[in-house]
Design a protein around this ligand. Structure first.
Ligand code: SF4
Length: 325
């Protein structure tokens, strides 16, 4: 069993509901439940992949952890410290421990700054070192992420997508964080470049004792990088288990459907393709009962009225589905 103090991140019952306002009276007429009652943890040195279709709430979850959004309820702990309502200096401290690498390296880099400044700035702004020290530390990071020293003085538009993502990674590493949240960090890149960036992230994990939350819609990517995998659907964490367990023994019908769509070279390991009917429901009007009930090929009567509770099996495999209750 994992000791709680080995967890770099712990989430307890996190909810992130966005109010829907009526256009005239500005009254709250409903909520988009982007993240609904999610509890999980990430151990030091572990990579937790979070997978799900677009709009399932996985990126919102990353932003809640970074406190870009304030959760509606629940508790977030980083290294055992409750940071759910942290403000000011306390929040700055959180942001040093926890950094984010975004999907679009183009949009996340200030086009008017030289990339060397982009990477060194957090070090002197946070008074960790003076400008000269920050520059030399940033050059070290450049070398480590596979950029040249001459790249230091270039502007973001002079780089390819993969190089920009390397700059984004160097910037995330500058403050020596414990946890990096990578939100679709390789989705905008060519497949060959994706593999290079994933390998780099794996090397850095061991070298800098990092933990990652790796958010993606791509199961092949999540398989390559994760130790454990959480599957999200309509704001809910419907399944969570070790990578091998998820790929070899998926329990939730939604996970089974996702896996059935992954191309497999070995004919013997191919799964029967499960085509889901209908679209993902509007998160402002989720189905009653199980959130997956209107698309689930195994839906039973109880699924339409009662939401399934999370079950934890002996091997730690978690699933929220009436089939196992
Ligand atoms: Fe399908 Fe019912 Fe399980 Fe939901 S609870 S995933 S509807 S079988």
């Amino acid at each position: 069993m994992t000791n709680a103090n080995q967890n770099v991140l712990e989430l307890d019952n996190i909810k992130m509901y966005f109010p829907i306002k009526s256009p005239f009276l500005k009254r709250t007429v409903g909520y988009v439940k982007a993240v609904d009652d999610i509890s999980l943890s990430i151990r030091k040195g572990e990579t937790l992949g979070i997978v799900g279709e677009s709009g399932c709430g996985k990126s919102t979850l990353g932003r809640v952890i970074m406190r870009i959004y304030n959760p509606t309820s629940g508790e977030i702990r980083i290294n055992g410290e409750d940071i759910t309502r942290a403000k000011g200096q306390e929040l700055k401290k959180v942001r040093k421990q926890c950094q984010m690498v975004f999907q679009d390296p183009f949009a996340s880099l200030n086009p008017t700054m030289r990339v060397g400044e982009i990477v060194s700035e957090p070090l002197w702004v946070n008074k960790i070192m003076d400008k000269k020290g920050a520059e030399s530390k940033a050059k070290e990071l450049f070398e480590r992420v596979g950029l040249r020293e001459s790249d230091f003085y270039k502007f973001p538009h002079e780089f390819s997508g993969g190089q920009k993502q390397r700059v984004g990674i160097a910037r995330a590493l500058a403050l020596n964080p414990n946890l990096i949240i990578a939100d679709e960090a390789v989705s905008a890149l060519d497949v060959s470049i994706q593999a290079q960036i994933l390998n780099l992230l794996n090397e850095l994990k061991a070298e800098y004792h990092l933990a990652y939350m790796f958010i993606t819609h791509n199961l092949a990517v999540v398989k390559h990088i994760s130790d454990r995998i959480g599957v999200m659907y309509l704001g809910h964490l419907v399944e969570l288990a070790d990578k091998k367990e998820i790929f070899d023994h998926p329990l939730h019908p939604y996970t089974e459907a996702l896996l059935s769509a992954v191309p497999v070279v070995d004919k013997r390991k191919r799964r029967e393709r499960i085509i889901l009917s209908g679209d993902t429901p509007n998160p402002a009007k989720p189905p009653s009962g199980c959130p997956f009930s209107n698309r689930c090929p195994k839906c039973m009567e109880i699924c339409k009225t009662a939401a399934p509770k999370k079950m934890v099996l002996e091997n730690g495999h978690q699933v929220a589905c009436h089939l196992y209750q």
